[in-house]
Design a protein around this ligand. Structure first.
Ligand SMILES: Cc1cc2nc3c(=O)[nH]c(=O)nc-3n(C[C@H](O)[C@H](O)[C@H](O)COP(=O)(O)OP(=O)(O)OC[C@H]3O[C@@H](n4cnc5c(N)ncnc54)[C@H](O)[C@@H]3O)c2cc1C
Ligand code: FES
Ligand code: FES
Length: 494
């Protein structure tokens, strides 16, 4: 049985197909068509809803893309849709502000935008003033094609002028949450939501053809974009031991099912350059669901976390019914989308060694848009400088080969060399020794090589002058603050 609350009311489902998305379920089974389908791939935000988790006896809500979330992932959760927000004719502050600030024209994106604004409002203290950064972050996964964003941002800032009107029973449907494992059995397949790793191991052992799902931000695209069917699905997002994040003396240890939103504060503390990459990683809705374990296991050549983790010498713990082992991440990938994970195995945790004070991490993401875009190239480089020499160096590259990997020839060209621009230019000449990149819609092979050479040189300039404003994001942020403009033009950002 899959049991959840929808707009405060308990719902039990015994018989849904395992690959039923929350969006399809809401629109076709529950007759709640306020949640819209735009892209069906997590890009536009029209399908945004709030998913609540019980944390220390309280429901905590986050936006998710219902188009790429499977219903079984919401077992024991509380779901709020746009239909649940108003109380009779009394609109929620997010809705009223959108009306008063003319934040909607055709209205197709509006339910999703209202849900993102609602999450911003409900997760802030009363009368909170939001920074532009907070508003942008909340709306980073919502596209509007006709209103323009100025009235929507005005609505975000106006929400504090309206009293909170929400019917509290919607937000706190029950504190007596059942702890049962969830699941559904349908003639077309089965879905399970185990609560413990023991149950997970047994399921993966008994059903070797079952697909494991964490945030579904990659896997669900197989259903919505490639029209494939998933007949057996095991959701791991409710296993507490896979969601823990701990700092030990030597490592930051991240559970395989921890989401990027949960991980972000820890990265800010220990790896600020990695944390900064998070502002370039997808939208808030995606980060609320996507896990680091999923990012690694997807084995995409353009996943953002693996190159950084390789540069940081991270290891992953692989578990199954027969035991556990730690492996270095750079030995995990075999070929395009192929890893060493065997049948019945899953990524239990990721551990990143704490850096020594002398190590400096630099991370560069090249994509066509600043926010919410996949990398064409990602370069991570971890450098130890002693005097004016490079005493140690470790790299990780994405978008340069069929797998995320380090650049051995580049590292050899940098090691024990003086820290100057010429050293990095010489290392740039080794890029094509390490990599024969591919041509695709994001970039040509030649562009990828040239941009990596440029990034190496930029790294030298940043190492030599740490105060330089060298990043597009920083230029744009400076512009935002100084001129009080809503968004700099693309030209201003180049
Ligand atoms: C709109 C959009 C924007 C995106 N932007 C970015 C971006 O900027 N950068 C980026 O890197 N990625 C991006 N992605 C891709 C995706 O969000 C990430 O790869 C994400 O981290 C996948 O995690 P998940 O938990 O959703 O994985 P899932 O979709 O649940 O799983 C992906 C695969 O990994 C397997 N898997 C998941 N967890 C485990 C585990 N613990 N052990 C073993 N196997 C496991 C699953 O079986 C599946 O095969 C984007 C995706 C979308 C839809
Ligand atoms: S429909 Fe576009 S993100 Fe879901
Ligand atoms: S109001 Fe038409 S897409 Fe936003």
């Amino acid at each position: 049985m899959i049991e959840l609350y929808i707009n405060g009311k308990k719902v039990e489902e015994h018989n849904v197909v395992p690959d039923m998305t929350v969006l399809r379920y809401l629109r076709t089974t529950k007759n709640l068509p306020g949640t819209k389908e735009g892209c069906g791939s997590g890009d536009c935000g029209a399908c945004s809803v709030l998913a609540g988790d019980m944390v220390n006896g309280e429901w905590r809500y986050k936006t998710i893309n219902s188009c790429i979330t499977f219903l079984s992932q919401l077992h024991n959760k509380s779901l709020i849709t746009v239909e649940g927000l108003s109380q009779g004719s009394q609109l929620h502050p997010a809705q009223q502000a959108m009306v008063d600030k003319h934040g909607s024209q055709c209205g197709f994106c509006t339910p999703g935008i209202v849900m993102s604004l609602t999450a911003l409002f409900e997760n802030a203290p009363p009368n909170a003033d939001f920074s532009l950064h907070e508003v942008y972050d909340a709306l980073s996964g919502n596209l509007c094609r006709c209103t323009g964003y100025k009235p929507i941002i005005d609505a975000a800032n106006a929400m504090k002028n309206y009293p909170g009107t929400i019917d509290v029973s919607i937000w706190t449907p029950s504190t007596e949450r059942p702890v049962d494992e969830g699941g559904s059995d349908h003639s077309e397949g089965q879905a399970w939501t185990p609560k413990t790793e023991e149950a997970l191991k047994q399921l993966l052992n008994d059903y070797p053809d079952a697909r494991l799902v964490a945030g579904a931000t990659d896997l669900a695209l197989e259903v919505t974009q490639m029209h494939r069917r998933i007949h057996k699905l095991v959701a791991i997002n409710q296993i507490a031991s896979l969601k823990t994040i701990t700092e030990t003396r030597d490592y930051l240890v991240i559970g395989g099912a921890a989401t990027f939103t949960e991980i972000e504060p820890f990265l800010k503390g220990s790896f600020p350059e990695f944390a900064a990459l998070m502002s370039r990683f997808a939208s808030r809705q995606i980060k609320n669901s996507a896990t680091m374990g999923g990012n690694i296991a997807s084995a995409s050549p353009i996943g953002d976390a693996p190159p950084v983790l390789i540069a940081l010498n991270a290891e992953i713990e692989i578990s199954s019914l027969s035991g556990s082992r730690w492996v270095a991440l750079d030995t995990f990938y075999i070929d395009y989308k192929k890893t060493i994970l065997g049948t019945g195995e899953y990524i239990r945790a990721i551990r990143i060694p704490h850096r020594k004070a002398t190590e400096q991490l630099k991370v560069y993401k090249i994509s066509k848009r600043i926010e919410d875009d996949i990398s064409a190239v990602l370069m991570a480089i971890n450098i130890t400088q002693q005097g004016d020499k490079i005493a140690a160096v470790r790299t990780g590259f994405g978008g340069m080969a069929a797998i995320p990997k380090a650049g051995a020839a580049i590292e050899a060209a940098l090691l024990n060399q003086p820290m100057n621009v010429n050293t990095f230019r010489q290392a740039g000449l080794k890029v094509s020794e390490d990599f024969q990149p591919f041509n695709d819609v994001r970039a040509s092979a030649n562009y990828r090589i040239q941009v990596t050479q440029g990034l190496l040189e930029k790294c030298a300039l940043e190492m030599l002058n740490p105060q330089a404003t060298s990043r597009v994001e920083n230029v744009c942020t400076a512009k935002l603050h100084s001129d009080n403009v809503i968004a700099p033009s693309a030209q201003e950002c180049v």
